[in-house]
Write a new protein. Structure first.
Length: 296
């Protein structure tokens, strides 16, 4: 029994590491296939692999609100995240956009107090402010970046920054509402198929260049599509059979893993201000989690 729990926990930790590669690979693949073609290819491959490993659930077997509203939010989140990183002006900006996305853990906790009536200690709100301050620190840049510089940075690419923030809010809503409406069902393979279809529809309607494949881009695509499918499968098994407390704690350090792996993959060297902001985001998220963990 102990070895089974340990293996499930290890699978959950593997899922966290695989998800941490997403920002760097999203950006790298968008440079090959564009901001629309890249996620369309990724989610198509992931959808196929998820359907092969988990099967495609029948829509009639799923709660209607979970299927329609939850599915719409899932598709919206994945598209907002992928497009925000793909639309970044450069690789450094894609790191900033990735950090905005990681506001979702503390936003999930904050919304749980409103949507699900979750009780929380008073330090929930300082934790939320700390995480928001961390994102602001990241966006201010190195040196003596002022709030005006931060605002100018956002206005230089408002669509990408707006999509990243929308992604964080949408995923926080999804986590709370599917907990109420999901009934223990797992429609992720179906949602991935829907995401791929919407992206291909956008790709067909947009004025985009034809897809051009190289050996390196195909290898990255295979890893990204496979790792995304494996991460969802491993996480689902991990939270069902592993040490949930350990996995929940480890998941809050995803921004650190993501920033490290993205920096290495994209050949970036973020400054001290960036890492200060990442640390604040992690600390704020952990504080929010501890605020509700006190009440079970």
């Amino acid at each position: 029994m102990h070895s089974t729990t340990s293996r499930a926990t290890l699978l959950g930790l593997v899922a966290i590491l695989l998800w941490s590669t997403s920002v760097g690979l999203f950006r790298s693949l968008s440079e090959y296939f564009g901001p629309l073609g890249s996620p369309a290819l990724i989610y198509t491959l992931s959808a196929i692999l998820l359907c092969l490993t988990q099967g495609l659930p029948r829509p009639t077997s799923l709660p209607r609100r979970y299927l329609l509203i939850g599915g719409t939010m899932f598709v919206g989140y994945e598209i907002c995240l992928a497009l925000s990183i793909g639309l970044a002006h450069d690789r450094a900006q894609s790191l900033e956009l990735g950090m905005i996305n990681y506001l979702w853990p503390c936003l999930t906790v904050a919304l749980a107090t409103v949507i699900n009536g979750q009780r929380a200690a008073w330090w929930l709100w300082p934790g939320l402010l700390l995480a928001l301050g961390g994102v602001m620190q990241v966006l201010r840049g190195d040196g003596n970046g002022s709030l005006m510089q931060m605002w100018g940075n956002i206005l230089s690419n408002p669509l990408a920054y707006g999509l990243a923030f929308c992604a964080a809010v949408i995923w926080a809503l999804y986590c709370n509402l599917t907990k109420r409406w999901g009934g223990g069902k797992n429609a992720v393979p179906l949602f991935f198929c829907a995401t791929a279809l919407v992206l291909w529809g956008q790709f067909a309607l947009a004025d985009t260049a034809p897809l051009h494949f190289t050996l390196l881009s195909v290898l990255q695509l295979l890893f990204m599509g496979g790792s995304t499918a494996l991460a969802y499968t491993a996480w689902n098994h991990g939270i069902q059979h592993g040490n949930m407390t350990l996995l929940a704690t480890a998941s809050y350090f995803t921004p650190v893993f993501s920033a490290l792996l993205a920096s290495l993959w994209l050949g970036l060297t973020p400054g001290w201000s960036f890492w200060q902001g990442v640390t604040m985001v992690v600390a704020g998220s952990l504080l929010c989690w501890l605020a509700i963990r006190r009440y079970g």
